[in-house]
Design a binder for this molecule. Structure first.
Ligand code: CMX
Length: 423
Protein backbone atom coordinates (compact mmCIF):
# COMPACT_ATOMS: atom_id res chain seq x y z
CA UNK A 1 0.00 0.00 0.00
CA UNK A 2 1.29 3.51 -0.82
CA UNK A 3 2.57 5.69 2.01
CA UNK A 4 0.05 8.38 1.10
CA UNK A 5 -2.80 5.88 1.44
CA UNK A 6 -1.50 4.78 4.85
CA UNK A 7 -1.35 8.40 6.04
CA UNK A 8 -4.94 8.93 4.90
CA UNK A 9 -6.15 5.74 6.57
CA UNK A 10 -4.92 7.14 9.85
CA UNK A 11 -6.66 10.49 9.30
CA UNK A 12 -10.06 9.69 7.88
CA UNK A 13 -11.86 8.32 10.93
CA UNK A 14 -10.54 11.22 13.04
CA UNK A 15 -11.78 13.82 10.54
CA UNK A 16 -15.13 12.03 10.23
CA UNK A 17 -15.57 12.05 14.02
CA UNK A 18 -14.56 15.71 14.17
CA UNK A 19 -17.12 16.69 11.53
CA UNK A 20 -19.83 14.56 13.13
CA UNK A 21 -19.23 16.32 16.45
CA UNK A 22 -19.36 19.70 14.69
CA UNK A 23 -22.68 18.87 13.04
CA UNK A 24 -24.11 17.46 16.29
CA UNK A 25 -23.15 20.64 18.13
CA UNK A 26 -23.72 23.34 15.50
CA UNK A 27 -25.60 21.70 12.64
CA UNK A 28 -28.40 24.29 12.78
CA UNK A 29 -26.15 27.37 12.87
CA UNK A 30 -26.20 29.55 9.77
CA UNK A 31 -23.04 30.31 7.74
CA UNK A 32 -24.62 32.14 4.82
CA UNK A 33 -27.88 33.47 3.51
CA UNK A 34 -28.91 34.12 -0.09
CA UNK A 35 -30.23 37.34 -1.50
CA UNK A 36 -32.39 37.65 -4.59
CA UNK A 37 -29.50 39.36 -6.40
CA UNK A 38 -27.17 36.44 -5.60
CA UNK A 39 -29.69 33.95 -6.96
CA UNK A 40 -29.31 35.68 -10.33
CA UNK A 41 -25.50 36.13 -10.08
CA UNK A 42 -23.66 32.86 -10.46
CA UNK A 43 -24.11 32.02 -6.73
CA UNK A 44 -21.32 34.53 -6.03
CA UNK A 45 -20.28 34.72 -2.39
CA UNK A 46 -22.70 32.06 -1.09
CA UNK A 47 -20.98 29.80 1.42
CA UNK A 48 -22.71 26.52 0.69
CA UNK A 49 -20.24 23.65 0.88
CA UNK A 50 -16.87 22.64 2.30
CA UNK A 51 -13.44 22.29 0.70
CA UNK A 52 -10.45 21.76 2.99
CA UNK A 53 -7.68 21.24 0.40
CA UNK A 54 -7.19 24.99 -0.05
CA UNK A 55 -8.92 28.33 0.46
CA UNK A 56 -8.78 31.67 -1.35
CA UNK A 57 -8.54 34.74 0.86
CA UNK A 58 -9.71 37.82 -1.10
CA UNK A 59 -6.75 39.87 0.17
CA UNK A 60 -4.04 37.21 0.31
CA UNK A 61 -4.90 34.73 -2.41
CA UNK A 62 -4.40 30.99 -2.37
CA UNK A 63 -3.71 29.28 0.95
CA UNK A 64 -2.97 25.55 0.73
CA UNK A 65 -3.74 23.64 3.92
CA UNK A 66 -3.02 26.77 5.94
CA UNK A 67 0.19 27.71 4.06
CA UNK A 68 0.21 30.91 1.96
CA UNK A 69 1.21 30.06 -1.60
CA UNK A 70 4.23 32.37 -1.76
CA UNK A 71 5.82 30.47 1.16
CA UNK A 72 5.98 27.23 -0.85
CA UNK A 73 6.79 28.22 -4.42
CA UNK A 74 9.97 26.13 -4.17
CA UNK A 75 8.22 22.78 -3.68
CA UNK A 76 7.60 20.19 -6.40
CA UNK A 77 4.13 19.56 -7.84
CA UNK A 78 4.29 16.04 -6.37
CA UNK A 79 4.87 17.60 -2.95
CA UNK A 80 1.92 19.92 -3.34
CA UNK A 81 -0.28 16.96 -4.28
CA UNK A 82 0.70 15.22 -1.05
CA UNK A 83 0.05 18.45 0.85
CA UNK A 84 -3.40 18.90 -0.72
CA UNK A 85 -4.46 15.36 0.14
CA UNK A 86 -2.67 14.65 3.42
CA UNK A 87 -2.69 18.17 4.87
CA UNK A 88 1.08 18.26 5.36
CA UNK A 89 4.21 18.10 3.21
CA UNK A 90 5.75 14.66 2.57
CA UNK A 91 9.10 13.63 4.01
CA UNK A 92 11.79 12.35 1.63
CA UNK A 93 10.59 8.73 1.70
CA UNK A 94 6.96 9.69 1.18
CA UNK A 95 7.87 11.89 -1.78
CA UNK A 96 9.98 9.12 -3.26
CA UNK A 97 7.14 6.63 -2.77
CA UNK A 98 4.65 8.92 -4.55
CA UNK A 99 7.07 9.52 -7.43
CA UNK A 100 7.59 5.78 -7.80
CA UNK A 101 3.84 5.27 -7.98
CA UNK A 102 3.69 7.85 -10.76
CA UNK A 103 6.55 6.11 -12.57
CA UNK A 104 4.62 2.83 -12.62
CA UNK A 105 1.72 4.38 -14.57
CA UNK A 106 3.27 6.73 -17.13
CA UNK A 107 2.09 5.14 -20.35
CA UNK A 108 -1.04 6.31 -22.19
CA UNK A 109 -2.78 3.33 -23.85
CA UNK A 110 -2.44 3.05 -27.65
CA UNK A 111 -6.18 3.25 -28.28
CA UNK A 112 -6.12 6.84 -26.99
CA UNK A 113 -3.62 7.88 -29.66
CA UNK A 114 -5.68 6.13 -32.34
CA UNK A 115 -8.74 8.16 -31.32
CA UNK A 116 -6.78 11.44 -31.15
CA UNK A 117 -5.25 10.88 -34.59
CA UNK A 118 -8.74 11.09 -36.11
CA UNK A 119 -9.26 14.68 -34.92
CA UNK A 120 -9.35 17.49 -37.51
CA UNK A 121 -6.02 19.30 -37.99
CA UNK A 122 -7.34 22.45 -36.34
CA UNK A 123 -8.86 20.73 -33.28
CA UNK A 124 -8.31 22.61 -30.05
CA UNK A 125 -5.74 20.87 -27.81
CA UNK A 126 -8.19 21.05 -24.88
CA UNK A 127 -10.78 19.08 -26.87
CA UNK A 128 -8.15 16.45 -27.58
CA UNK A 129 -6.88 16.40 -23.99
CA UNK A 130 -10.32 16.04 -22.42
CA UNK A 131 -11.28 13.39 -24.97
CA UNK A 132 -8.07 11.51 -24.15
CA UNK A 133 -9.00 11.46 -20.46
CA UNK A 134 -12.56 10.37 -21.17
CA UNK A 135 -11.36 7.67 -23.56
CA UNK A 136 -9.43 6.07 -20.68
CA UNK A 137 -12.55 5.82 -18.49
CA UNK A 138 -12.66 2.04 -18.90
CA UNK A 139 -9.36 1.89 -16.94
CA UNK A 140 -11.08 3.23 -13.82
CA UNK A 141 -10.41 1.18 -10.68
CA UNK A 142 -13.35 2.90 -8.97
CA UNK A 143 -15.72 1.95 -11.77
CA UNK A 144 -14.52 -1.70 -11.78
CA UNK A 145 -14.65 -2.07 -8.00
CA UNK A 146 -18.04 -0.33 -7.79
CA UNK A 147 -19.46 -2.83 -10.26
CA UNK A 148 -18.01 -5.62 -8.12
CA UNK A 149 -19.85 -4.31 -5.04
CA UNK A 150 -17.14 -2.31 -3.24
CA UNK A 151 -18.39 -1.03 0.17
CA UNK A 152 -18.86 2.74 0.59
CA UNK A 153 -16.01 2.95 3.09
CA UNK A 154 -13.53 1.97 0.37
CA UNK A 155 -14.63 4.49 -2.26
CA UNK A 156 -11.91 6.96 -1.37
CA UNK A 157 -9.16 4.37 -1.85
CA UNK A 158 -10.32 3.58 -5.38
CA UNK A 159 -10.58 7.31 -6.17
CA UNK A 160 -7.02 7.82 -4.92
CA UNK A 161 -5.75 4.91 -7.04
CA UNK A 162 -7.52 6.28 -10.12
CA UNK A 163 -6.23 9.75 -9.34
CA UNK A 164 -2.58 8.72 -9.11
CA UNK A 165 -2.81 6.62 -12.28
CA UNK A 166 -4.51 9.41 -14.20
CA UNK A 167 -2.15 12.14 -12.95
CA UNK A 168 0.85 9.99 -13.82
CA UNK A 169 -0.29 9.84 -17.45
CA UNK A 170 -1.23 13.49 -17.95
CA UNK A 171 2.25 14.83 -18.87
CA UNK A 172 2.52 12.09 -21.55
CA UNK A 173 -1.00 12.80 -22.80
CA UNK A 174 -0.37 16.56 -22.94
CA UNK A 175 3.09 16.31 -24.51
CA UNK A 176 1.89 13.72 -27.06
CA UNK A 177 -1.01 15.96 -28.06
CA UNK A 178 1.40 18.89 -28.41
CA UNK A 179 3.66 16.93 -30.76
CA UNK A 180 0.75 15.49 -32.74
CA UNK A 181 -1.28 18.68 -33.06
CA UNK A 182 1.65 20.96 -33.92
CA UNK A 183 3.54 18.52 -36.19
CA UNK A 184 6.61 18.21 -33.99
CA UNK A 185 7.41 14.62 -34.98
CA UNK A 186 6.95 11.28 -33.26
CA UNK A 187 5.93 11.05 -29.62
CA UNK A 188 8.77 10.78 -27.09
CA UNK A 189 8.48 7.95 -24.56
CA UNK A 190 8.35 8.89 -20.86
CA UNK A 191 11.42 8.38 -18.69
CA UNK A 192 10.53 6.80 -15.33
CA UNK A 193 13.63 8.34 -13.71
CA UNK A 194 12.40 11.91 -14.20
CA UNK A 195 10.13 13.93 -11.95
CA UNK A 196 6.59 14.80 -13.10
CA UNK A 197 7.46 18.22 -14.57
CA UNK A 198 10.79 16.96 -15.92
CA UNK A 199 9.03 14.20 -17.78
CA UNK A 200 6.75 16.72 -19.47
CA UNK A 201 9.76 18.80 -20.56
CA UNK A 202 11.46 15.64 -21.85
CA UNK A 203 8.40 14.41 -23.78
CA UNK A 204 7.41 17.77 -25.24
CA UNK A 205 10.84 17.80 -26.91
CA UNK A 206 11.75 21.49 -26.46
CA UNK A 207 15.51 21.82 -25.85
CA UNK A 208 16.32 22.94 -22.31
CA UNK A 209 20.08 23.15 -21.95
CA UNK A 210 19.98 25.60 -19.03
CA UNK A 211 17.38 23.54 -17.14
CA UNK A 212 15.34 26.74 -16.65
CA UNK A 213 12.36 25.46 -18.64
CA UNK A 214 12.27 22.48 -16.28
CA UNK A 215 12.31 24.89 -13.31
CA UNK A 216 9.50 26.88 -14.91
CA UNK A 217 7.39 23.75 -15.42
CA UNK A 218 7.93 22.71 -11.78
CA UNK A 219 6.70 26.13 -10.72
CA UNK A 220 3.88 26.20 -13.27
CA UNK A 221 2.50 22.78 -12.32
CA UNK A 222 2.77 23.60 -8.64
CA UNK A 223 1.08 27.04 -8.82
CA UNK A 224 -2.03 25.93 -10.73
CA UNK A 225 -2.79 22.94 -8.46
CA UNK A 226 -5.98 24.05 -6.69
CA UNK A 227 -8.07 27.15 -5.95
CA UNK A 228 -10.63 26.02 -3.35
CA UNK A 229 -13.91 24.38 -4.32
CA UNK A 230 -16.20 26.94 -5.95
CA UNK A 231 -14.41 27.77 -9.21
CA UNK A 232 -16.04 26.44 -12.38
CA UNK A 233 -13.75 23.45 -12.94
CA UNK A 234 -13.59 22.33 -9.29
CA UNK A 235 -17.32 22.75 -8.80
CA UNK A 236 -18.14 20.95 -12.05
CA UNK A 237 -15.94 17.98 -11.19
CA UNK A 238 -17.26 17.97 -7.61
CA UNK A 239 -20.83 17.82 -8.91
CA UNK A 240 -20.14 15.08 -11.45
CA UNK A 241 -18.15 12.99 -8.95
CA UNK A 242 -20.97 13.31 -6.40
CA UNK A 243 -23.08 11.11 -8.70
CA UNK A 244 -20.32 8.50 -8.20
CA UNK A 245 -19.12 9.03 -11.76
CA UNK A 246 -15.48 7.96 -11.63
CA UNK A 247 -12.52 10.39 -11.76
CA UNK A 248 -12.11 10.05 -15.55
CA UNK A 249 -15.66 11.34 -16.06
CA UNK A 250 -15.40 13.94 -13.30
CA UNK A 251 -11.98 15.35 -14.26
CA UNK A 252 -12.92 15.53 -17.91
CA UNK A 253 -16.11 17.42 -16.95
CA UNK A 254 -14.16 19.86 -14.79
CA UNK A 255 -11.62 20.48 -17.52
CA UNK A 256 -14.36 21.21 -20.04
CA UNK A 257 -15.17 24.13 -17.73
CA UNK A 258 -11.52 25.11 -17.50
CA UNK A 259 -11.58 25.42 -21.30
CA UNK A 260 -13.82 28.51 -21.06
CA UNK A 261 -12.29 31.95 -21.80
CA UNK A 262 -13.46 33.40 -18.48
CA UNK A 263 -11.63 30.58 -16.64
CA UNK A 264 -8.52 28.61 -17.72
CA UNK A 265 -8.59 29.58 -21.39
CA UNK A 266 -7.76 33.13 -20.28
CA UNK A 267 -4.05 32.17 -20.37
CA UNK A 268 -4.21 31.61 -24.15
CA UNK A 269 -6.37 34.73 -24.58
CA UNK A 270 -3.89 36.73 -22.58
CA UNK A 271 -0.83 35.78 -24.61
CA UNK A 272 -2.78 36.37 -27.80
CA UNK A 273 -3.60 39.87 -26.47
CA UNK A 274 0.06 40.53 -25.62
CA UNK A 275 1.27 39.36 -29.05
CA UNK A 276 -1.30 41.62 -30.73
CA UNK A 277 0.19 44.54 -28.79
CA UNK A 278 3.70 43.56 -29.90
CA UNK A 279 2.62 43.25 -33.55
CA UNK A 280 0.65 46.52 -33.55
CA UNK A 281 3.52 48.55 -32.05
CA UNK A 282 6.41 46.48 -33.49
CA UNK A 283 7.71 45.84 -29.98
CA UNK A 284 6.96 46.92 -26.44
CA UNK A 285 5.05 50.25 -26.57
CA UNK A 286 5.25 53.10 -24.05
CA UNK A 287 2.75 53.27 -21.22
CA UNK A 288 0.45 55.80 -22.94
CA UNK A 289 0.05 53.63 -26.03
CA UNK A 290 -0.60 50.58 -23.84
CA UNK A 291 -3.27 52.48 -21.92
CA UNK A 292 -5.01 53.47 -25.16
CA UNK A 293 -4.84 49.88 -26.45
CA UNK A 294 -6.55 48.64 -23.28
CA UNK A 295 -9.27 51.28 -23.51
CA UNK A 296 -9.90 50.34 -27.16
CA UNK A 297 -10.34 46.72 -26.11
CA UNK A 298 -12.78 47.63 -23.35
CA UNK A 299 -14.74 49.93 -25.67
CA UNK A 300 -15.11 47.07 -28.16
CA UNK A 301 -17.02 45.25 -25.39
CA UNK A 302 -14.32 42.68 -24.57
CA UNK A 303 -12.69 41.85 -21.24
CA UNK A 304 -8.99 42.29 -20.56
CA UNK A 305 -7.80 38.71 -20.17
CA UNK A 306 -5.73 37.86 -17.12
CA UNK A 307 -7.34 40.60 -14.99
CA UNK A 308 -10.23 40.46 -12.53
CA UNK A 309 -11.43 37.64 -10.31
CA UNK A 310 -14.64 36.44 -8.70
CA UNK A 311 -13.05 36.06 -5.23
CA UNK A 312 -9.64 37.79 -5.18
CA UNK A 313 -9.37 41.50 -4.41
CA UNK A 314 -5.58 41.79 -4.68
CA UNK A 315 -2.82 40.89 -7.18
CA UNK A 316 -2.89 37.10 -7.41
CA UNK A 317 0.15 35.59 -5.61
CA UNK A 318 0.41 33.12 -8.49
CA UNK A 319 0.93 36.13 -10.80
CA UNK A 320 3.53 37.48 -8.36
CA UNK A 321 5.38 34.15 -8.38
CA UNK A 322 5.51 34.13 -12.19
CA UNK A 323 6.66 37.76 -12.32
CA UNK A 324 9.42 36.97 -9.79
CA UNK A 325 10.53 34.06 -11.98
CA UNK A 326 10.51 36.30 -15.08
CA UNK A 327 12.49 39.05 -13.35
CA UNK A 328 15.10 36.49 -12.36
CA UNK A 329 15.36 34.62 -15.65
CA UNK A 330 14.04 36.63 -18.61
CA UNK A 331 13.86 40.29 -17.53
CA UNK A 332 15.10 41.69 -20.89
CA UNK A 333 12.49 39.88 -22.94
CA UNK A 334 10.16 42.02 -25.08
CA UNK A 335 7.00 39.97 -24.44
CA UNK A 336 7.70 39.89 -20.70
CA UNK A 337 8.14 43.67 -20.68
CA UNK A 338 4.70 44.09 -22.29
CA UNK A 339 3.27 41.91 -19.49
CA UNK A 340 4.92 44.05 -16.79
CA UNK A 341 3.81 47.20 -18.67
CA UNK A 342 0.21 45.96 -18.60
CA UNK A 343 0.51 45.47 -14.83
CA UNK A 344 1.32 49.20 -14.58
CA UNK A 345 -1.60 50.21 -16.76
CA UNK A 346 -4.56 47.81 -16.54
CA UNK A 347 -5.53 48.15 -12.83
CA UNK A 348 -5.94 51.94 -13.23
CA UNK A 349 -7.86 51.53 -16.48
CA UNK A 350 -10.23 48.99 -14.91
CA UNK A 351 -10.67 51.19 -11.82
CA UNK A 352 -11.48 54.17 -14.03
CA UNK A 353 -13.98 52.10 -16.03
CA UNK A 354 -15.55 51.17 -12.69
CA UNK A 355 -17.05 47.78 -13.58
CA UNK A 356 -14.63 45.06 -12.48
CA UNK A 357 -14.73 44.46 -8.73
CA UNK A 358 -11.11 43.33 -8.82
CA UNK A 359 -8.80 45.33 -11.12
CA UNK A 360 -5.73 43.20 -10.34
CA UNK A 361 -4.00 40.50 -12.40
CA UNK A 362 -4.86 36.83 -11.91
CA UNK A 363 -2.80 33.69 -12.59
CA UNK A 364 -3.30 33.90 -16.35
CA UNK A 365 -1.73 37.34 -16.89
CA UNK A 366 1.93 36.34 -16.84
CA UNK A 367 2.31 32.58 -17.37
CA UNK A 368 2.13 32.67 -21.18
CA UNK A 369 5.03 35.11 -21.57
CA UNK A 370 7.33 32.66 -19.76
CA UNK A 371 6.22 29.62 -21.75
CA UNK A 372 6.63 31.62 -24.96
CA UNK A 373 10.18 32.61 -24.03
CA UNK A 374 11.23 28.99 -23.49
CA UNK A 375 9.88 27.95 -26.91
CA UNK A 376 6.37 26.74 -26.11
CA UNK A 377 4.79 29.29 -28.42
CA UNK A 378 1.58 27.59 -29.58
CA UNK A 379 -0.58 29.42 -27.07
CA UNK A 380 -3.78 27.48 -27.64
CA UNK A 381 -1.93 24.65 -25.87
CA UNK A 382 -1.53 26.63 -22.63
CA UNK A 383 -4.79 25.56 -20.99
CA UNK A 384 -3.64 21.93 -21.27
CA UNK A 385 -0.79 22.78 -18.90
CA UNK A 386 -3.22 24.44 -16.49
CA UNK A 387 -5.32 21.24 -16.75
CA UNK A 388 -2.44 18.87 -15.94
CA UNK A 389 -1.84 20.79 -12.75
CA UNK A 390 -5.46 21.49 -11.76
CA UNK A 391 -6.30 17.78 -11.92
CA UNK A 392 -4.33 17.48 -8.66
CA UNK A 393 -6.83 19.73 -6.91
CA UNK A 394 -9.85 17.97 -8.37
CA UNK A 395 -8.57 14.54 -7.36
CA UNK A 396 -7.64 15.72 -3.84
CA UNK A 397 -11.10 17.18 -3.31
CA UNK A 398 -12.74 14.01 -4.66
CA UNK A 399 -10.74 11.71 -2.36
CA UNK A 400 -11.93 13.60 0.70
CA UNK A 401 -15.52 13.96 -0.51
CA UNK A 402 -15.80 10.18 -0.87
CA UNK A 403 -13.92 9.58 2.40
CA UNK A 404 -16.42 11.78 4.21
CA UNK A 405 -19.41 10.32 2.39
CA UNK A 406 -20.59 13.68 1.02
CA UNK A 407 -23.88 12.93 -0.79
CA UNK A 408 -24.94 13.75 -4.35
CA UNK A 409 -24.96 17.51 -5.11
CA UNK A 410 -28.50 18.77 -5.52
CA UNK A 411 -29.19 22.40 -4.59
CA UNK A 412 -32.75 23.66 -5.06
CA UNK A 413 -33.51 26.05 -7.89
CA UNK A 414 -36.55 28.30 -7.73
CA UNK A 415 -38.59 30.06 -10.38
CA UNK A 416 -38.68 33.83 -10.82
CA UNK A 417 -42.40 33.68 -10.01
CA UNK A 418 -41.65 31.91 -6.73
CA UNK A 419 -39.20 34.67 -5.78
CA UNK A 420 -41.71 37.39 -6.65
CA UNK A 421 -44.40 35.73 -4.55
CA UNK A 422 -42.06 34.93 -1.67
CA UNK A 423 -39.96 38.04 -0.95
N1 CMX B 1 -11.92 43.28 -18.18
C1 CMX B 1 -13.07 43.94 -18.44
N2 CMX B 1 -14.18 43.86 -17.71
C2 CMX B 1 -14.12 43.07 -16.63
C3 CMX B 1 -12.98 42.38 -16.25
C4 CMX B 1 -11.84 42.48 -17.09
N3 CMX B 1 -10.72 41.81 -16.86
N4 CMX B 1 -13.25 41.70 -15.13
C5 CMX B 1 -14.52 41.94 -14.82
N5 CMX B 1 -15.07 42.78 -15.73
C6 CMX B 1 -16.45 43.22 -15.81
C7 CMX B 1 -17.36 42.02 -15.94
O1 CMX B 1 -17.41 41.54 -17.30
C8 CMX B 1 -18.69 42.56 -15.46
O2 CMX B 1 -19.23 43.32 -16.50
P1 CMX B 1 -20.84 43.36 -16.75
O3 CMX B 1 -21.39 43.97 -15.51
O4 CMX B 1 -20.97 44.19 -17.97
O5 CMX B 1 -21.26 41.94 -16.93
C9 CMX B 1 -18.24 43.52 -14.35
O6 CMX B 1 -16.85 43.83 -14.60
C10 CMX B 1 -18.35 42.92 -12.97
O7 CMX B 1 -17.64 41.67 -12.94
P2 CMX B 1 -16.97 41.15 -11.59
O8 CMX B 1 -18.05 40.93 -10.60
O9 CMX B 1 -15.82 42.02 -11.22
O10 CMX B 1 -16.32 39.78 -12.09
P3 CMX B 1 -16.99 38.33 -12.13
O11 CMX B 1 -16.86 37.72 -10.78
O12 CMX B 1 -18.35 38.37 -12.74
O13 CMX B 1 -16.04 37.59 -13.16
C11 CMX B 1 -13.95 37.03 -14.14
C12 CMX B 1 -14.73 37.22 -12.83
C13 CMX B 1 -12.61 36.40 -13.82
C14 CMX B 1 -14.74 36.08 -15.04
C15 CMX B 1 -13.76 38.41 -14.81
O14 CMX B 1 -12.97 39.23 -13.99
C16 CMX B 1 -13.14 38.32 -16.19
O15 CMX B 1 -13.89 38.14 -17.17
N6 CMX B 1 -11.79 38.46 -16.31
C17 CMX B 1 -11.10 38.29 -17.58
C18 CMX B 1 -10.97 36.82 -17.91
C19 CMX B 1 -9.96 36.16 -17.00
O16 CMX B 1 -8.85 36.63 -16.81
N7 CMX B 1 -10.32 34.98 -16.48
C20 CMX B 1 -9.38 34.14 -15.70
C21 CMX B 1 -9.72 34.09 -14.22
C22 CMX B 1 -8.76 33.16 -13.50
C23 CMX B 1 -9.04 31.74 -13.87
O17 CMX B 1 -10.10 31.22 -13.53
O18 CMX B 1 -8.20 31.12 -14.55
Amino acid sequence: MSMLKKVLRGQISLVRDDIKALIDKSGDSQISNVTVAQAFSGLRGIKAFVCDTSSVDPDRGLIIRGIPLLDITHILPEEVLFLLIAGRLPDKDELNDLQQEFSAHLVVPDYVWKILKEFPEDAHPMTMFNTGILAMQGESVFHQKYDAGMPKTEYWEAILEDGIRLLAKLPALGAGIYRMRFNKGARIAPNPKLDWAGNFVHMVGIPDESGDFHKLMQLYLMLHCDHEGGNVSAFASHTVASALSDPYYAVSAGLNGLAGPLHGLANQECLNFVLRIRDEFKGSPDIEKLRQFCWDRLKSGRVIPGYGHAVLRCPDPRFTAFIDFGKKHIHDDEIFSIVTGLFHVVPDVLKEQGKAKNPWPNVDAASGSLLYYYGLQEYNFYTVLFSISRTMGMISQMVWERALGIPITRPKSVTTDWIKKTV
